[in-house]
Design a protein around this ligand. Sequence first.
Ligand SMILES: [Zn+2]
Length: 368
Amino acid sequence: MAAASSSLVDCFSRSYREAREKFLAAASRCNLAVASEINPAGLGVDGEPLATDAVEVGPSSAESVLVLTSGTHGVEGFCGSACQIALLRDDILRRRLDECGVAVLLVHALNPWGFSHSARTNEDGIDLNRNFLDFPVEASGPDGYAVLHPLLVPDHWPPSDANEAELQRRLDAGGLPMRQAMVGGQGSHPDGLFYSGAGPSWSNRTIRALLRRHGTHRKRLAWIDLHSGLGPSGHGEKIFGSTMWGPEATARALAWYGRDLVRSSSPRSVTPHTQGYIGMSAPRECPQAEYTFMTLEFGTVPFDEATRALRGEIWLRSHPDAASDLRQSIRTAVRRSFYVEEDFWKGQVLGQFRSVALQAVHGLSTLA
Ligand SMILES: [Zn+2]
């Protein structure tokens, strides 16, 4: 069994390039056809092409499909990619798909630029999980984010003690609404955090096309979008947007995933309410399907540490001439905030992922 545990850890990769190679090799071993979309933003940090790769596993005639996406937030692909590779290498789980009559669409590295460059945002500084809006979006009045922007992205990095103290003071004084304004998505500052963009990004268009290709002929569609960064280290929080999807879908998700499903409207959720998140796209592209969307978020480091890393990432975009050691330290901080390179964490991730994937497959199955 020692070989089994080391091969599980081997599902994780040290770079986007390695992750893609492992994903393609695992798909090839299963004789799966891969559809690759090349991102036109250029090459990755290792000179590699940047691509989103998709494969469908399970019976092609299935009336139900489970969509599994990784790397919506670039660097978080280290976590999600490993889950997908583990599924492809898991002969028992894949046999279960045939037994249950469920297909699985694996979409690897939806934001390959961010994955390769250790960034949460994409090639245009967009937070992909805020980009699924009806463009153009009219500004609805003063933007709460604008107040915080100069403090979040100061002129110099690392920020001064005075900057940190003032930011903390503003956040404390503003309470939950101010934190919501900070992270919920904003369209006013392209050089800021959680920027929603001014139109559909390349990744947005890519996932929509994949949904049409694999979802429009299905009766049921479930989607698990894999993330890392929020919550206690190694804990996989099952997040469900109950206010968005209504009571029927909420009851269905609770029946599938269990009582530890966390509604995003709940104060105990690790995630804030966000505008334009990726799950909004499926009902538009596959309106015929009964739809169940969930975010699976694996915890890494404390929230403030992750936020500081993101501030550095965004600062770096406006300072391309930053010294190479500063640039490297910012990239490293982002990577460490969204990917815990310890075997124990990796084991927690894959164990919980397998359980949740099976819950979704059984939920989608029409078998009694
Ligand atoms: Zn994320």
